[in-house]
Design a protein around this ligand. Structure first.
Ligand code: NAI
Length: 299
């Protein structure tokens, strides 16, 4: 079955290059009208350029429909205006891909609080800003597909990226609550953890790998996750043609007798506490309390 985005209106942030550009081009090729947002700054988030405009020109040259937006995701008012302009011209917003991002890598020992704050602001608050700007529209339409962009750093950690990792796992957390709040309104929210050769990773990949990790190899997962039949509340990794899921899980745990509720008791029960046999993937925070109650009731 072909996945079409005909008559869908999509916003892709940070779509002036890299992954965002690849998403925007393919959404447009499959019929979506696309808002190409990009501030056009450098990798560390300074400066401006007309990167978004160039991608709009590419989309139009290929016969698609797009509008550029040079707003910053960190400015809520600019995101509200971006959504208003899309609605004015096309009548709604069905898809939001929160993709804009910056890097300010340094070991935590050397990281200035400002570099921590700035990176969290762009990735986490920026995605919350754009999502808040479209949220009411999606609820009213009873249709919305939102994709957050996490990273292996957020899910698993990476030396030198404390700021980035904190923001990225925050986005997976944002997905988990928004998917619950959006479910009733047919708003589905997912997270992608891409791996791609872009300017963000240009110093990491050797040239051969850079080609294998072309952004186009992430596009299929991103587009499926914002399609009509998209799942919700998933964390999907994608790179170089490999696709996988990542889960936040919970072990069965142990109910310690009162006398053992001491640090020593926890140490003694450590193997049982962390035993992964029968591990589950809770679908909401309440499941943790439920699991505890079940144990208390002797279940
Ligand atoms: P990129 O640097 O090519 O793209 C990021 C885009 O976001 C840039 O065009 C930049 O101008 C834009 N941007 C930055 N600050 C902005 C702001 N305040 N408002 C609007 N736009 C802004 O890098 P890439 O690799 O395409 O990254 C896309 C997303 O994927 C990012 O969120 C990144 O963290 C994430 N990611 C990428 C990985 C990779 O292997 N390339 C790995 C894991 C995550």
């Amino acid at each position: 079955m072909t996945i079409s985005f005909k008559d869908r209106i999509a916003i892709v942030t940070g779509a002036g290059g890299g992954l965002g550009r690849a998403y925007a081009l393919e959404l447009a090729r499959r019929g979506a009208k696309v808002v190409v947002n990009d501030l056009g700054g450098t990798r560390d988030g300074t400066g401006h350029s007309d990167a978004a405009l160039k991608v709009v020109e590419e989309i139009e040259a290929a016969g698609g429909e797009a509008m550029s937006n040079g707003g910053s995701v960190t400015e809520y008012a600019q995101m509200v205006e971006m959504v208003a302009r899309a609605k004015e011209r096309w009548g709604g917003v069905h898809i939001l891909i929160n993709n804009a991002g910056v890097l300010r890598d340094k070991s935590f020992a050397k990281m200035e609080p400002e570099d921590f704050r700035f990176v969290v602001d762009v990735h986490l608050n920026g995605s919350a800003n754009c999502t808040k700007a479209v949220w009411e529209t999606m609820r009213e339409q009873a249709y919305g597909r939102i994709l957050m962009t996490a990273s292996s750093t957020g899910l698993y950690g990476n030396f030198g990226q404390a700021n980035y990792g904190a923001a990225k796992l925050g986005l997976a957390g944002l997905t988990k609550t928004l998917h619950l709040e959006g479910a009733k309104y047919n708003v589905r929210v997912n997270t992608i953890a891409p791996v791609a050769g872009t300017r963000m990773t240009e110093d990491l990949f050797p040239p051969e790998a850079f080609k294998a990790f072309a952004p186009e190899n992430v596009v299929p997962a991103a587009l499926y996750l914002v399609s009509e039949d998209a799942p919700t509340n998933m964390i999907i990794g994608a790179g170089a043609g490999m696709f996988h899921a990542a889960y936040v899980t919970m072990t069965q745990g142990v109910l310690l007798p009162e006398a053992e509720r001491t640090p020593e008791g926890v140490a003694a029960a450590w193997d049982r506490i962390t035993d992964r046999t029968g591990e589950t993937v809770p679908q909401s925070g309440a499941e943790q309390s439920m699991a505890i109650l079940t144990l208390l009731q002797g279940g």
